[in-house]
Design a protein around this ligand. Structure first.
Ligand SMILES: C[S@@+](CC[C@H](N)C(=O)[O-])C[C@H]1O[C@@H](n2cnc3c(N)ncnc32)[C@H](O)[C@@H]1O
Length: 245
């Protein structure tokens, strides 16, 4: 199946494809992330974590945690405990290696798991975060419902995801870089012929901001709001679970 057909697919077939893809590029993931974004992804994660309101020692789930950059940022900024979950075990291997290199080990643990069927009790986290992960889920609505389910009452979800720029000229320039230059660099460095073409294709397929906020509301989140970053290249979404578990 081509990457175009794959982004149009939903469900278990796509999930298996995405899992394999991240296992294959795990060894190059961090380098390419920072290189292809010019380091701006680091600032975006900090900004997204700043929107999360939790107390020290609260427990936060970082879903689709990958190699753990968002989990590390959350644990450092909020002094809370973080559980990172990802479907691709190789991404977690690199995440665990990064933890071991830290002088002051943050309160982070990693568990291999699927965001659509989270292995946690209802209401067990004060916060749930997901950075550049929701777009990759086989069933986005199912993952949003799971995120809402595992939150305690008044718990918050923070979602950081790519979108498309608002300014038409900037959007044209950006799409040229995103669709024609980025995949070539990604292919050369990661040796994966599809992964960095899948990225722009999946971003173009992802719902616009207002539509995605509607999906969050349908999943049960209240007071849904967003902040655009870099003219809308990325967006931070926040929603609250106001229901009793
Ligand atoms: C672009 S990476 C983001 C990693 C990390 N959050 C970051 O900010 O760098 C997307 C991650 O989503 C994970 N993922 C995709 N589908 C998933 C699922 N159904 N359940 C859990 N993780 C999933 C992938 O394995 C991958 O590590």
């Amino acid at each position: 199946m081509t990457k175009k057909e794959m982004v149009l697919t939903r469900g278990t077939e796509r999930k298996a494809y995405v899992k394999q893809m991240f296992n294959d590029i795990a060894h190059r993931y961090d380098f390419l992330n920072h290189f292809l974004s010019g380091g701006v992804d680091i600032y975006w994660r900090k900004k997204a974590v700043s929107k999360l309101e939790v107390q020290p020692d609260d427990v936060v789930l970082d879903l689709a945690c990958g190699t753990g950059d968002f989990a590390l940022e959350t644990a450092a900024a909020k002094n809370c405990r973080v559980v990172g979950t990802d479907i691709a075990s190789q991404m977690l291997v690199f995440g665990k290696q990064k933890l071991e290199k830290k002088k002051h080990v943050p309160k982070i643990s990693y568990i291999n798991g699927d965001g659509e069927f989270l292995p946690f009790k209802t209401g067990s986290f004060k916060g749930v975060t997901i950075a550049f992960g929701i777009r990759n889920m086989g069933d986005i609505s199912a993952a949003l419902k799971e995120m809402k389910r595992i939150l305690s009452r008044k718990g918050q979800a923070i979602i950081l995801e790519f979108s498309l720029p608002v300014n038409p000229l900037f959007k044209r320039l950006y799409l040229f870089y995103f669709k024609h230059i980025l995949p070539k660099i990604g292919r050369a460095v990661s040796s994966d012929s599809q992964a960095y073409s899948y990225l722009p294709a999946s971003v173009e397929k992802f719902p616009a901001v207002s539509e995605f906020e509607g999906w969050m509301s349908e999943a049960g989140f209240s007071r849904v709001e967003h902040w655009k970053l870099l003219n809308g290249v990325a967006v931070i979404y926040r929603g609250i679970n106001e229901e009793k578990s």
